[in-house]
Design a protein around this ligand. Structure first.
Ligand SMILES: Nc1nc2c(ncn2[C@@H]2O[C@H](COP(=O)(O)OP(=O)(O)OP(=O)(O)O)[C@@H](O)[C@H]2O)c(=O)[nH]1
Length: 326
């Protein structure tokens, strides 16, 4: 059976190197069977023109608007149209559809908008570019930049020829310790690893190293369940987390386990959108718990906001707070 195509959301702040990375990718033989969707906020579609020059790849434009706010139904329509057209062409099916989103778009709403495509079984990944020469300044001042980095499964550092990557890597680790950080000076190899990276993306890890620095607004919190927590408590927690945090919630990743079962379920959310939990047989030994990346939210506030939910909330730098509020 042909596997379902991957949908890769290529995000990253304005000018961080998304189009350049895609161009490098399209020059590689492995890029056969890739379809591209390009979203640019302006009316003049520069990125599309640059990529068209790279040649030969089926490409669709979502121009004159931002895909995370005004063009979500166009995105669904476009993905369907690309796949159907390919089906009619007699060529092999696409292995991946890449959406280059505009530099100010937020990943959460884009991923949420894919819900009508659930029957297609697309495998979804988020790849973010991070300009090593400007990362700190961008992420400190623009919520979108922090949200993009927080949503990523893989962060690809660009412009390594301009600046040492150490500071940018520390910043990304502080925002999203869950992401695979790809530091590769060779541009062709960088592109190859960015788009074929599925395998290097670790499943959830809760034994994360302490972030090397604290981001002023984005915090990494760890939630673990009290022994008394039931299965319903676990499911409720995900709903409550999304409802309480709203757009402060940037990313969630971790494991939950049905009481009495060995195989844990991998839980993931980008923004407030949770993917259905999936069993991960290879992670039987993994401890249960969630890593939560959120903006402007302390462990104490989250603990209070979750009311009597039987969970512990801790930040990477705190000692765990009490399980239930007094
Ligand atoms: N020196 C250097 N320049 C780069 C690198 N990657 C991209 N650039 C340059 O950075 C600028 C922006 O790159 P793009 O690839 O257009 O960035 P983008 O993220 O697609 O930009 P938007 O579509 O505006 O969000 C261009 O002038 C690129 O040539 C790199 O690795 N090194």
């Amino acid at each position: 059976m042909t596997p379902s195509p991957e949908f890769i959301l290529l995000t990253g702040f304005l000018g961080s190197g998304k189009t350049s990375l895609l161009r490098d990718w399209l020059g590689l033989p492995e890029a056969a069977d890739t379809a591209l969707i390009v979203n640019e906020a302006g009316e003049i579609n520069v990125d599309g023109a640059i990529l068209a020059e790279a040649g030969g790849v089926p490409m669709a434009m979502l121009a004159n608007g931002c895909v995370c706010c005004s063009l979500t139904s166009d995105l669904v329509f476009t993905i369907r149209a690309l796949l159907e057209e390919r089906g009619r062409s007699g060529l092999p099916p696409f292995r991946r559809v890449v959406l280059e989103s505009s530099g100010l778009s937020r990943p959460g709403p884009i991923l949420r908008s894919l819900a009508p495509l659930a029957p297609l079984g697309l495998r979804v990944r988020v790849v973010a570019t991070c300009d090593a020469s400007q990362a700190a300044e961008r992420a400190a001042h623009f919520d979108e930049a922090a949200a993009q980095l927080a949503a990523a499964g893989t962060v690809v550092f660009t412009k390594l020829d301009l600046r040492d990557v150490v500071e940018a890597e520390a910043l990304v680790a502080s925002i999203n310790p869950l992401a695979t950080r790809l530091v590769e000076p060779d541009r062709a190899e960088r592109a190859r690893r960015a788009f074929l990276a599925g395998a290097d993306e670790a499943a959830a890890r809760l034994d994360l190293p302490e972030p090397p620095l604290a981001h002023p607004r984005v915090g990494v919190l760890r939630l673990s369940f009290a022994e008394t927590a039931s299965w319903e408590d676990r499911l409720d927690l995900m709903e409550d987390l999304a409802a309480f945090c709203g757009d402060r919630l940037l990313r969630v990743k971790g494991f939950i386990r049905r009481p009495g079962e060995e195989v844990p379920l991998l839980v993931q959310a980008v923004g407030t959108l949770f993917s259905p939990p999936v069993p991960l047989g290879g992670a039987a030994q993994a401890p249960e718990g969630l890593v939560v990346i959120a903006r402007d939210l302390s462990a104490a506030e989250l603990r209070a906001g979750l009311g009597s939910a039987p969970v512990h909330v801790a930040s990477f730098r705190d000692t765990p707070l009490a399980c239930s509020p007094a």
